[in-house]
Structure formats: structure tokens, C-alpha cells
Write a protein that binds this ligand. Structure first.
Ligand code: KG4
Ligand code: ZN
Length: 355
């Protein structure tokens, strides 16, 4: 007997042809339509930055409420801008985790309702797979295999990517993510939110050699990272130099240089170990100007190809969720209508298996 909680998904020949992506894992409500996992027909984002800025970080309860207000208009706009009726969609992809549970549930439940009401196939996507799939939406996507550095507010991981959706984790942070360190340092100095963007801007006017900060785990021989100690080093520097004159721009440049150097050196070490000739950047911190420049210069100098995707593909968006979902829809995976959101993935793990 067919499972009444498993959408049958109609009879579309190719469920990945026109995919609606929905993303609500953190503080952006986003929807997009992507054709063939490759062509972005629309990408709409309602940012909550202004709502959370007074608190210096994302307030989970507030994020859920804003998602509730924004999600239906954002999905409508994504279909409208793609010139489509919802009935034209061949599949739906939604971020199932990791992320803020209340925020995830808003997108997940709308996606389930649409799949059920329209009888469309639906898949749950890992937000991290989405960030990696964003690379395939770049004008000049990286060849396979490549080593990808995924750096965001919640994650810092290195992957060997063998093909679409086929990645193996090589290393990750043992404590704070790189973006988290940016946000915490910015909060420590009251610079504003999101911290990465502000520090990136201030660092451009600073000298990275004036304030030298530690490079955590740079020479430990592993592909793991640690950024909690770097944040503490900034705190100690601040306490030890209270009342002394130094330029915040120099501090930002020194901090950014330490983060970028560790990220770049470990990425290139991973490429060497894996015998791979191409590296790529993904995630919100991949928008960082110094990281992009250092990665491009160093990788090229070592004869490696490098992909730094456009900024709007680095930070959270739903086109990357639709792109990742296209592959899993085509592979026949489906999300049960009883499936829950997942706040955390196990180390190197993936979402619970669908069908
Ligand atoms: O991928 P993303 O948009 O959301 C998560 O999945 O976490 O990444 C957000 C993170 C935040 O920590 C933010 O401070 C950081 O990316 N970020 C940056 C820059 N733009 C965003 N960090 C450094 N430089 C930037 N230009
Ligand atoms: Zn993200």
C-alpha cells in the first residue's frame, strides 16, 4: 500500500528540471528556482540583518517569527520572477538542517505543504551540501575532483569533492567556525553585525604586520582547524593594551591575516595530500576579500586551479539548495512528510536517509 505520508510526486519525467529551493536555516528567508541544477531562473532573499543587528547576533525566536512573515511572499516572488506557476515546478528542495530548529521548521513545513498540495516530489537538503552545490552555479564551475573549503558562520570544513553531491570530509574545526570567530571579535569591539563584513571592510584600511596574532594549528600536520584560541588571543590583546593607542583597522587586518593564512595553507595541504589540482571556496566567509586574494595568489603560485564564486553564491541563498536538491531528486531520494528538521549533523555526517 502506498505510504500516505510520502508524496508520490506526480509523473514528471525529470524531477530535477525546474526545482524550487527553500532556505530558512538562519537569518535569511530565501527561495529560488533553478533549471537543470545549473541555471538560476530566480533567487529571492529577505534578509533579517537589520532585525538582529541591535542584538549583535541572531536571536533564534525572532528569526523564526520573521521567517513566518516572509516565507510565503518570498516563495511567490521566486516563482513569479522565474515566470512560472507553482504547478510548473518539477520538484521541491528544502534545507532540512543543520541550523536553528525553529527557523528550519518554517521552511520545511511550507515545502511539505507545497509538495503535498501540488503533488510534487520533495527532498531535504543539507545546508552544507547546498554551499558546496553553489560552486556548480558559478559561471566557470570547478572541475571534479576538487578540494573545497567550506567556511561559514557555523562550519569550517575541508572536503574532497568527487562529483555533484559526492564529497568526503577531510577535516573540520574542533571548536569555533571561522565566521563565528569573525562575529565574536566584532562583538568584542562593538563593531557591528554581521562581524565578517565589518572586519573585512575595516581590515582594508589596516596593516596586517602591526599586530601579529597566533596561527592556530597551522603546523599540527592535520586538516583540522581551531579558532576559539584566536578569539581568546584577541581578547587578551585587548585587555593587555587597554588605554593604549592602536588602530582598530590594524587589529582587524592582523586578525584577518591569521584566519586567511591558516585556511589557505590547510586547503593547499589537503589538495597536495589528495593529489588534486583544483581548490574552491564556499560559504559566507568565502566572501572575504583577503581570503579570496590569498587563496588565488598562493594556489596559482603552486600551479593549482582555484574557484572563488561570486559573493551572492557564497552567502546563504536558496539557489544553492535547489541545485543540491536537483541531484538528489534525480537520484530518487524523497523526504517523508513526517520528516523532522535536524539542528546538528554528526561529524562528517549527513541527513537521515530518505527513500
Ligand atoms: O554561509 P553564511 O551566510 O551563513 C551560515 O551558513 O553560517 O555565513 C555567514 C558568516 C557570518 O559569520 C559572517 O560574519 C561571515 O559569514 N561573512 C564574512 C564575510 N561576509 C560574511 N566573513 C568574512 N568576510 C566577509 N566578507
Ligand atoms: Zn550558510
Amino acid at each position: 500500500m502506498p505510504d500516505p505520508y510520502m508524496p508520490s510526486g506526480g509523473h514528471a519525467a525529470d524531477p530535477g528540471a525546474l526545482v524550487l529551493g527553500i532556505e530558512s536555516s538562519c537569518d535569511e528567508t530565501a527561495a529560488a528556482v533553478v533549471a537543470d541544477g545549473r541555471r538560476v531562473l530566480s533567487s529571492v532573499i529577505a534578509s533579517q540583518v537589520k532585525d538582529h543587528a541591535p542584538f549583535g547576533g541572531v536571536v533564534p525566536e525572532l528569526a523564526s517569527r520573521r521567517h513566518l512573515e516572509n516565507i510565503v511572499p518570498v516563495v511567490r516572488a521566486a516563482c513569479g520572477q522565474a515566470g512560472l506557476e507553482m504547478a510548473d515546478l518539477t520538484g521541491i528542495a528544502v534545507t532540512q538542517g543543520p541550523g536553528l530548529i525553529g527557523a528550519l521548521l518554517v521552511g520545511l513545513n511550507l515545502a511539505k505543504a507545497l509538495a503535498w498540495g501540488l503533488n510534487k516530489p520533495i527532498v531535504g537538503v543539507s545546508h552544507l551540501d547546498g554551499h558546496l552545490a553553489a560552486l556548480g552555479l558559478a559561471e566557470d564551475p570547478p572541475p571534479y575532483p576538487h578540494v573545497a573549503l567550506l567556511v561559514s558562520g557555523g562550519h569550517t570544513s575541508l572536503y574532497l569533492v568527487a562529483g555533484p553531491g559526492g564529497q568526503e570530509e577531510l577535516g573540520q574545526t574542533v571548536d569555533d567556525a571561522a565566521g563565528e570567530a569573525y562575529d565574536k571579535v566584532a562583538k568584542l569591539y562593538g563593531l557591528g553585525y554581521p562581524g565578517g563584513v565589518v572586519i573585512d571592510r575595516l581590515a582594508a584600511g589596516g596593516d596586517p604586520s602591526v599586530i601579529r596574532l597566533p596561527r592556530p594549528r597551522l603546523h599540527d600536520g592535520t586538516l583540522d582547524f581551531s579558532f576559539a584560541g584566536l578569539k581568546t588571543a584577541v581578547l587578551n590583546f585587548r585587555n593587555q593594551h587597554q588605554g593604549e593607542a592602536y588602530r582598530i583597522e590594524d587589529l582587524c587586518a592582523g586578525f584577518q591575516e591569521a584566519v586567511a593564512e591558516v585556511l589557505v595553507k590547510k586547503t593547499l595541504m589537503a589538495a597536495r595530500q589528495q593529489g588534486v589540482g583544483h581548490v574552491a571556496l564556499a560559504g559566507g566567509v568565502a566572501a572575504n576579500r583577503r581570503l579570496r586574494q590569498l587563496m588565488e595568489d598562493t594556489a596559482r603560485a603552486q600551479g593549482l586551479g582555484v574557484t572563488c564564486p561570486p559573493l551572492d553564491l557564497c552567502t546563504d541563498n536558496a539557489a544553492m539548495i535547489a541545485a543540491a536538491g536537483c541531484h538528489t531528486l534525480r537520484a530518487g531520494r524523497r523526504l517523508a512528510l513526517t520528516a523532522d528538521a535536524v539542528s546538528r549533523l554528526p561529524r562528517g555526517g549527513s541527513l537521515p536517509a530518505g527513500v
